[in-house]
Design a binder for this molecule. Sequence first.
Ligand SMILES: *Cc1c(COP(=O)(O)O)cnc(C)c1O
Length: 429
Amino acid sequence: MAQDSMKQYYMELGIDEKVYDFCNQIEESLKDRFNEIDKTAEMNQIKVLRAMQSAKLAEQHLFGTTGYGYNDSGREAVEEIYAKVFKTEDALVRQQITCGTHALSIALSGNLRPGDEILSPVGRVYDTLEGVIGIRESKGSLAEYGITFNKVDLLPNGDFDYEGIKNAINERTKLIEIQRSKGYETRPTLSVARIGELISFIKGIKPDVICMVDNCYGEFVEELEPSEVGADLVVGSLIKNPGGGLAPIGGYICGTKECVENCAYRLTTPGLGKEVGASLGVTRNIAQGLFLAPTVTAASLKGAIFAANIYEKLGFKTVPDGIQERYDIIQAVEFGKPELVCAFCEGIQAAAPIDSFVTPIPWDMPGYDSQVIMAAGAFVSGASIELSADAPMKEPYAVYFQGGLTYPHAKYGIMMSLQKIVEKGLIVW
Ligand SMILES: *Cc1c(COP(=O)(O)O)cnc(C)c1O
């Protein structure tokens, strides 16, 4: 009875009975998996709540300051909470940090000096960081300040190249950049446990090197964060996991007192550091977003697993596959054909709360060597913790998607993607 009225709701929203039945059967098989994710979310929820209580977060903290922002107690409380959640000495959490790339750029430029070298022991860094570091020539890059970069790729089987890493560490190596999520690379995402092993190995060779983790898309996916296994700095964006969909802007840097202080002097100015930076009334959203982040991340993870199982069953390659452990919220599906990619994105768009009436089409996006199609209908522009998908229009015609503020919405978006594919006759059942 309840099941029938549920089906009715979906049919009114444009989902065929066959798509509904197929997807729901798959969902039924995922209950144990979803249970595990809920347990992780529960632990992380308690972790966040405890941090808020022990920092004595109070109603007066939620209002914010203007101008210089001296003595902004709400801003200070939020930073104390982040430090407690990530188990670090200090934290910088600001809306003046415009995005994840900016947070990473501050962490690098704040802690490096001319002559220093950055080492990535996990291969290529995120695309936008290539500009920051100067791997791709760009104005104002770290390379212009005499900071060099080196990388060691993972071995073909995905293991760390310990020998190569040992050989690459030299007297100029000042900072190790470890990207947790695979991002849009084909390598596996790193678990926190593996990051811990890597950091121990590196600190065994050079104890005073700064180990920084690009934590984007990884927050709250596991019970531990990289800062609990030896990272000196963890860095990320508030319009991804830790903003919980409510933070309208911002980035965070958590780490040792000294490293965070260096970042603060770079973000504002030498001498002023953390003391300035008005919160302009955004503190409530940042704090409430962090409060919701564990369950929002869980919703995204469930959506990703649901999609992997659906599209795998239909014969497509999915990365990660339907049963693999998850260490970030990104899901890739290789469709092999441009029409399938477009239909998938149309479905995600049609299911969005915002701009559901527009049709995404491939376009020539600056900086890409092929056309790109994007589906997003987000409350916060560009927020990838909200259900969103994008794909470069080239072989192997893979769609990358992530996010979902609630599991029912992620589920509906994925059902709608299949509905569009079915309607266009692109798969034969
Ligand atoms: C998103 C992301 C970034 C950059 O964040 P922006 O907010 O897009 O600037 C860096 N590294 C990884 C792994 C990311 O996923």
